[in-house]
Write a protein that binds this ligand. Structure first.
Ligand code: FMN
Length: 652
């Protein structure tokens, strides 16, 4: 571990620079450093045990003064966890086990020898890569925010200071007026990363101009989208960057108090954020008269109970106030009437984390990244049927194809890409014909989806789009607060219709009715949840209408997924009567014997797919049929005799 420099309160910008110099001086020995990412996802894959093992080995070999160990948040490449990076060479090892620790220390760190088996291998080509920045997953990214996750131990404010942390705040408090800060943020082109992409500088200005005895500021870390974890990883990995952004925002707006609203289901993010707030207060970046500027501001944490709707800003405000988290009509917007009816500015975690970067490097630098109207980078959580799962930070305007194939490494097992769901549960599904779509707020909206907070779920050819729409509407119906009728009843009715269609009970006219209902819900719901809830339905109907029609008209699920519309069948010509499927069937639906071809009793079968899973690939006798229709002739148990001689007698 790197030692912390004992701090007195930092009272002036000069104190800050002296402090930074002392920290850097203490670290000038350039020890080799082993970085072990240990965010929530890493810990789930065993990183804590890896950390323990490295600590033990360093002690065992008396290397405390020769090797530095840094425990960080998630580095982004979740597919390879637990992973480590060894600096200064930036050697990257994947799927490291506690047993590898001694060899890594003795061979790589001390003798400079690379351990080939721990190197990342491209799933498509098998090519191995030694250094982090050579790996295709990282190469095409522009990791302005995420790269720092590997540079700082989130529990160490000194690490953040060593990485130039709080210098943007110091610059602001020394020489910029609040209007000057707002103007810089406006010029940068930064838009809110929480979903709607509202221009951040404009929102700050509105709040600044609104009269109020006190003003508040909120960091929205609710992040309730299934499959999305960008905000959690930023808060876990680099909480000071978010806090520094909030302090700068508070100065610009004139706010005296801020809240980080984070769900209780994110314990590590909460812990790291708490430590960072305490340390920032101890060092003098929070509290009264920050850096001798006369400006005072403090932050506290408000825990959410994990309701998706509480991410909506007015519901979130109600929740902080101790009321039931349900949205209210806007206007008035929070900037006009927010927490306790006072002007309040609310921004997403990633929006806040961008602020120090813009101040430090300048609006004109920032506005060169991205495209016209869509500036900077955006972090996406790339999950689902994709080779390289993880957090991806890319300039806005990059195409979906580049994310899915160049960074994501394509679809596992050579399957075909079918669609990607962007924008969380109320986003839409974008089909393969739009793979060259640039990722920006407007293009996604035009394609029937939204940017949302950055979830990106990839689907392959085996995904049923009716089932996907049903899954998301089920989630949204569950999470609808019930305050307004269109959302409460509309999501329920859409769910019923989608369930009917996927169970083979769809009727002529259902599609048209579903579309009409979806548009009414979109147009008449009170808040963004209901207004965007129809997106998964409308986008799947728009791009995959034929799949809906197959379910309704032919009672067939082309992807072979909707249980009510599929069946499992054993091909008599291929069955070797090996008994494996028969023995493994959990409901004893398979008959046959050593001499008899096996047959599935369709009335008993629960369509769990075990028979298909266990049938040896060399026989490949079990088939999943995309409809309920059995091939002719229908085979009945003992009607089919398989003679051991290999002669097959069908239907005699
Ligand atoms: C149902 C619903 C859930 C939302 N969840 C989040 C969330 O988890 N995080 C977030 O930053 N914004 C979320 N938003 C958007 C917020 O209402 C708000 O627009 C955002 O926090 C503003 O920050 P930004 O301007 O930095 O994007 C949600 C909106 C809706 C309608």
């Amino acid at each position: 571990m790197l030692a912390e420099v004992k701090a007195d309160k930092i009272r002036t910008p000069k104190d800050l620079e002296d402090m930074r110099a002392r920290i850097l001086q203490g670290r000038s020995s350039k020890l080799p450093c082993i970085v072990i990412p240990s965010g929530t996802c890493c810990q789930a894959r065993g990183s804590s045990e890896v950390v323990e093992s490295f600590q033990k080995e360093i002690e065992k070999h008396s290397l405390r003064d020769k090797i530095a160990l840094r425990i960080t948040g998630c580095g982004g490449f979740c597919q390879t966890e637990p992973n480590i990076a060894i600096y200064p060479e930036e050697i990257y090892y994947q799927k490291v086990s506690p047993d590898d620790a001694e060899e890594v220390i003795l061979e790589t760190v001390l003798r400079g020898r690379v351990i080939t088996r721990l190197l990342y291998a491209d799933p498509n080509t098998g090519k191995r890569f030694t250094h982090l920045n050579e790996i295709p997953f990282f190469k095409k990214q522009q990791r302005l925010l995420l790269a720092n996750n590997l540079q700082v131990d989130p529990t160490s404010i000194d690490d953040y200071l060593a990485a130039n942390g709080y210098s943007a705040l110091s610059e602001v408090l020394q020489g910029k007026t609040p209007d000057g800060v707002i103007s810089e943020i406006k010029q940068s082109g930064l838009r809110g990363r929480g979903g709607a992409g509202f221009p951040t500088g404009g929102k700050w200005e509105l709040c600044r101009r609104t009269k109020g005895d006190v003003k508040y500021l909120i960091c929205n870390a609710d992040e309730g989208d299934p499959g999305a974890y960008m905000d959690r990883s930023l808060l876990e990995g680099n909480p000071h960057s978010v806090i520094e952004g909030m302090i700068i925002g508070a100065y610009a707006i004139g706010a005296c108090e801020g809240f980080v609203y984070v769900r209780d289901e994110y314990p590590l993010a909460v812990r790291h954020c708490k430590i960072a707030i305490e340390k920032a207060r101890e060092y003098g970046f929070l509290g009264n008269d920050i850096l001798g500027s006369g400006f005072s501001f403090d932050i506290s944490i408000s825990l959410g109970a994990g309701a998706f709707v509480c991410g909506e800003e007015t519901a979130l405000i109600a929740s902080i106030q101790g009321e039931r988290g349900i949205p209210r009509q806007r206007p008035p917007f929070p900037a006009q009437k927010g927490l306790w009816d006072m002007p309040t500015n609310i921004n997403n975690v990633e929006t806040w984390a961008n602020v120090p970067l813009i101040i430090s490097r300048g609006a004109s630098w920032y506005s060169k990244i991205g495209t016209e109207g869509n500036k900077g980078t955006k972090i996406f959580s790339l999950v689902g049927k994709i080779n390289n799962t993880g957090l991806v930070e890319v300039p806005l305007g990059i195409t979906l194809r580049e994310i899915v194939y160049d960074i994501g490494g394509g679809i596992p097992r050579g399957k075909a890409f079918k669609a990607v769901q962007t924008g969380g549960p109320s986003g839409g599904c974008i089909p393969s014909s739009l793979l060259d779509l640039p990722i920006d707020y407007e293009s996604l909206k035009e394609a029937g989806s939204i940017m949302g907070s950055g979830g990106m779920i990839v689907m392959d050819e085996n995904t049923c789009m009716v089932d996907i729409a049903r899954y998301y509407i089920n989630f949204l119906n569950d999470e609808s607060c019930g305050k307004c009728l269109p959302c409460r009843k509309g999501t329920q009715k859409m769910l019923e219709m989608l369930t009917d269609i996927s169970e083979g009970n769809g009727k002529e006219g259902d599609l048209e009715l579903l579309e009409e209902l979806a548009i009414v819900v979109k147009d008449t719901s009170l808040c963004g949840l209901g207004q965007t809830a129809p997106n998964p339905v409308l986008s799947t109907i728009r791009y995959f209408r034929d799949e809906y029609e197959a379910h309704i008209k032919e009672k067939r699920c082309p992807a072979g997924l909707c249980k009510a519309l599929i069946s499992y069948y054993i091909e008599p010509e291929k069955c070797q009567a090996c008994l494996i499927c028969l023995r493994n069937c959990p409901v004893e639906a398979i008959s046959g014997s050593k001499d008899l071809v096996h047959v599935i009793d369709q009335d008993k079968c629960t369509k769990c797919g075990t028979c298909l899973d266990v049938c040896p690939p060399r026989f490949g006798a079990v088939t999943r049929l995309c409809s309920m229709e059995m091939p002719e002739p229908v085979l009945q148990g003992t009607e089919v005799m398989r003679k051991r001689s290999g002669e097959i007698d069908v239907n005699t």
